[in-house]
Design a binder for this molecule. Structure first.
Ligand SMILES: Nc1ncnc2c1ncn2[C@@H]1O[C@H](COP(=O)(O)OP(=O)(O)OP(=O)(O)O)[C@@H](O)[C@H]1O
Length: 246
């Protein structure tokens, strides 16, 4: 049998804060090349799952593998767009500087970013529609604009896997469309995207893969197969009916 290639493999993962489990015995296989939504109610453990994949949080049991190896060995393959508001932007730095930081991983310890990296950063800023703000202090941008800068920084990382914690939170409709188009482009290029997402109505339009989470893993698979009222009800605990135009 040919072994299917998984971008992320999670086995028996349990994570607790102050001895209280917030993720319980999660098994999850995320195939390479999917654009996946992680859905579940507030406090379901979605952000914790992302942080556990990144090794920011140490699980009390279980393992996470990135293309078959521990995250520590695959750092350069993974880009992370954190949740808005989770970063303190008060330090004085420009949009361009923040995006340039995304290139550091590929440079190693000694080399400093040069004209090639600057060109990449400017291209990424253009892609997210933020070129005109390149010299603006990051603290002087709106929340939605900061979100675009985060995305540009992830783009220059040229990773294989993108982990995004609610990239659409607090952005306007135009920005949302711009972001989803970029995510779809990345998928077309063979990248794997894991996106924490709250708007259930847009799941079928935006994503091809979905994971339902509520402390436990409820279901994971193709949107067209498993995104239904049954799984939504199991996850959200109420009799769920979404009006979805499939
Ligand atoms: N640093 C922490 N210390 C203690 N408990 C925490 C910590 N971070 C998160 N929690 C708790 O862990 C649980 C899962 O939180 P998490 O942020 O992963 O949920 P989420 O699904 O991303 O929620 P939301 O949709 O509200 O963003 C929650 O009950 C939360 O209160």
């Amino acid at each position: 049998m040919i072994q299917k290639k998984y971008a992320i493999q999670i086995d028996d993962l349990t994570v607790a804060y102050n001895y209280k489990p917030v993720l319980w015995d999660i098994d999850l296989l995320i195939p390479e090349g999917v654009l996946m939504a992680v859905v579940g109610p507030n406090g379901a453990g979605k952000s914790t799952l992302i942080k556990a994949i990144l090794g920011i949080i140490k699980p009390i049991a279980g393992s996470v593998k990135i293309f078959g190896k521990p995250y520590k060995k695959q750092v350069n393959k993974v880009a992370y767009v954190p949740q808005k508001g989770s970063v303190d932007w008060d330090f004085p730095t420009t949009s361009l500087d923040v995006v340039m930081m995304g290139t550091y991983g590929s440079l190693g310890w000694i080399k400093r970013p040069g004209s090639k990296e600057k060109k990449q950063a400017l291209e990424a800023l253009e892609k997210v529609g933020m070129l005109e703000f390149k010299n603006r202090q990051i603290s002087q941008l709106s929340g939605g604009q900061q979100q675009r800068i985060f995305l540009a920084r992830a783009l220059v990382q040229n990773a294989s896997i993108y982990l995004m914690d609610e990239p659409f939170q607090g952005v306007d409709a135009t920005t949302e469309k711009a972001i989803i188009n970029i995510l779809k482009e990345l998928r077309k290029a063979g990248k794997t995207l894991v996106v924490v997402h709250h708007d259930l109505q847009t799941v079928p339009e935006y994503f091809d893969w979905v994971t339902f989470l509520n402390v436990k893993g409820i279901a994971s698979g193709q949107v067209k197969e498993i995104f239904n009222d049954n799984n939504l009800t199991k996850t959200y605990g109420i009799n769920y009916k979404v009006a979805i135009n499939k």
